[in-house]
Design a protein around this ligand. Structure first.
Ligand code: F6R
Length: 606
């Protein structure tokens, strides 16, 4: 949510900032801006995309120090004026900010009473004024930033420059990510390594409360009290190419198509075909401890939460341990009872989602044992948890989650197998699951081959204003994720219901302009699901059945048939065609597939 880039070195900052902002655009894309320092500050900012900003940055925009921002609006509408950077009235200090300053109104009123004149509606402008008040009299910009932050309540990742101190950038983090990039006589900072990997793989993640001073020849980090902290650089294992579309029309299609590989990467080295177990060394848990948990509680937001519902089902079925999933955003606000016999599992692709991070921190404060299922290596949630499973799915750039969703469900299958085999899952059942998991990459490939058929169905169904998604038990989280994908990228209204609940209310919505996507696996609930299809058809509703066999024409108008795996693992495969259905519906409706309106990836605000 909002992207920040900063540069200090011998090169011109502007092209580096613009290229970095392009990479961060998935975090927010309603306005963008840059400022460089060269005998004073030069600023350009516009409502719109980074490409619009690039058009107004002149070639002669020189200077080896600068900061940039791509915005997802919280305070004030998207506009040129509300775009970052924000400057102090004397145009000496410039600030870019990701997060929310909760006491902005109060600070603004005080500053205005002191004579400050504000030009934007943003909370960020408060910071520029606060820093400018002391920058003249403090020995360093770092000190002025620290003083200003003392009066701020809220979350921030910020980068600040002072036109009169042209060789340094100060960055600080509290709840919104900041990562430093170490170059050859140059330093970078950004909200995400995506903006840095073209220039360096050596990075340092700031912790909450930390502040860093960057100069061309290096950096210093400080804890909130001012004490210098020692940080070990980390080498990130991603390349700039991972952030390209790789010849696909959209990142989303690339990420859907990559899944045979990404699933294989999530499984690599983790399946033991001799003992029919999963190797999950990152959990940092021996067999005795693994046996000691009586419950599993899973938390995550949005699609991560739906993958957690698949996970809860897997844990209950394979390990026979009670498990449930809850949105992290709700969990953190309800003063949860933290139970020592429960294992808490936090899911996050980005590892930065603020609601999930805050829930993890609350759990840790109360002594809960928390593991993470995370894609972004070294991210805030990964650093906060006691252990976990990395997805190794590679960077997910498109705002809608696809490959991370699938890999999370796979990680849960591994976790459930691991728990199951230290409890009562037999070696024979363990083997069944190990073999089933190993088959998934090829089976996903088979589903992807149906792209043209699914695209045709998408064009047919995209003419409807609304769609219903239904599934029973294992199929219900699949239906929820299918509805989520469709609504967020095509803007078609989509609702998901347990198939069993349809007759308790939502059946009233069914009619010729409300088709239903029905998840109908070949499992013990097949007959019940087929009865539901009959009930929908009897009310004039069209049905697109996603399952393992071609349906009777009386029960469904259309179908997508996916390869059969083990019943516990089938939900993973049933989700893939729904990703393609949503993608092709969005393309048919000419939506901005990778950057749907109003959304952003990495929701680092509350
Ligand atoms: C939906 C989607 C979001 C994210 C959610 C959590 O396609 O992408 O619902 O799943 O914001 O994000 P992470 O997994 O980064 O914590």
């Amino acid at each position: 949510m909002c992207g920040i880039v900063a540069y200090v070195g011998a090169k011109d900052a502007a092209p580096i900032l613009l290229e970095g902002l392009q990479r961060l655009e998935y975090r927010g894309y309603d306005s963008a801006g840059v400022v460089v320092s060269n005998k004073g500050l030069k600023v350009r900012k516009v409502k719109g995309r980074v490409a619009d900003l690039a058009k107004v940055v002149p070639a002669r925009f020189k200077g080896g120090l600068g900061i940039g921002h791509t915005r997802w609006a919280t305070h004030g509408v998207p506009s040129d004026v509300n775009a970052h950077p924000h400057l102090s009235a004397d145009e000496r200090v410039a600030v870019v900010h990701n997060g929310i300053i909760e006491n902005a109104d109060e600070l603004r009123a005080k500053l205005e009473a002191d004579g400050a004149v504000f030009v934007s509606e943003t909370d960020t402008e408060v910071l520029a004024h606060l820093i400018a008040r002391t920058v003249e009299d403090t020995p360093s910009l770092e000190e002025a930033v620290r003083l200003a932050l003392k009066s701020v309540v809220g979350t921030y990742g910020i980068a600040v420059i002072d036109g009169q101190r042209p060789g340094e950038v100060v960055v600080a983090r509290n709840g919104s990510p900041i990562v430093l990039g170490i170059g050859e006589k140059e330093m970078f900072a950004a909200s995400d390594v995506a903006a840095l990997v073209r220039y360096t793989r050596q990075v340092v993640h700031l912790e909450d409360g930390e502040l860093a001073v960057l100069k061309a020849d290096g950096f210093h980090t400080f804890a909130s009290g001012g004490r210098e902290t020692a940080k070990e650089p980390l080498t990130v294992d991603v390349e700039a190419g991972h952030y390209d579309t790789g010849g696909y029309e959209h990142y989303l299609l690339k990420e859907i198509s990559e899944q045979p590989d990404t699933v294989a990467r999530t499984l690599r080295g983790r399946l033991d075909e001799r003992f029919h177990i999963a190797h999950l060394g990152g959990l940092n848990m021996d067999a005795r401890e693994t046996r000691s948990f009586r419950r599993v509680k899973i938390i995550g937001c949005g699609s991560a939460y739906y993958s957690g519902q698949i996970g809860a089902q897997l844990v209950e079925e394979l390990a026979r341990i009670p498990a449930d999933a809850e949105p992290a955003s709700e969990f953190r606000y309800r003063n949860p009872v933290v139970d020592p016999d429960t294992l808490y599992v936090a899911i996050s692709q980005s590892g930065e989602t603020y609601d999930t991070l805050a829930a993890v921190q609350e759990l840790k404060r109360k002594g809960g044992r928390v593991i993470g299922i995370v894609n972004a290596v070294g991210s805030a949630i990964a650093r906060e948890v006691d252990g976990g499973i990395y997805l190794h799915a590679g960077p997910e750039v498109s705002v809608a989650s696809t490959k991370a969703f699938t890999s999370t469900a796979i990680a849960f299958a591994l976790l459930a197998l691991h728990f199951g085999r230290v409890h009562d899952l037999s070696p024979a059942d363990g083997r069944r699951i190990v073999d089933g998991l190993a088959k998934l990459p090829d089976q996903i490939e088979e589903i992807l081959k149906q792209g043209d058929h699914i695209a045709e169905l998408a064009r047919k169904y995209a003419t409807n204003p609304s769609m219903m998604f239904v599934g029973r038990v294992r199929g219900y989280p699949v239906a929820r994720e299918g509805a989520q994908k469709l609504k967020e990228i095509s803007y078609i209204h989509a609702e998901a219901y347990p198939a069993s609940e349809l007759k308790h209310g939502p059946l009233a919505l069914i009619g010729p302009d409300m088709p239903t996507v029905a998840i109908v696996p070949d499992d013990e609930l097949l007959d019940k699901n087929l009865t539901t299809l009959g009930e929908i058809r009897a009310r004039g509703g069209n049905v697109l059945m996603v399952g393992h066999r071609r349906p009777d024409a009386k029960l469904a108008d259309d179908s997508i048939v996916v390869p059969k795996n083990e019943i516990e693992l089938d939900p993973i495969l049933l989700t893939i065609p729904l990703q393609l259905l949503a993608y092709h519906a969005a393309v048919a409706l000419e939506r901005d597939v990778d950057r749907p309106r109003n959304l952003a990836k990495s929701v680092t605000v509350e």
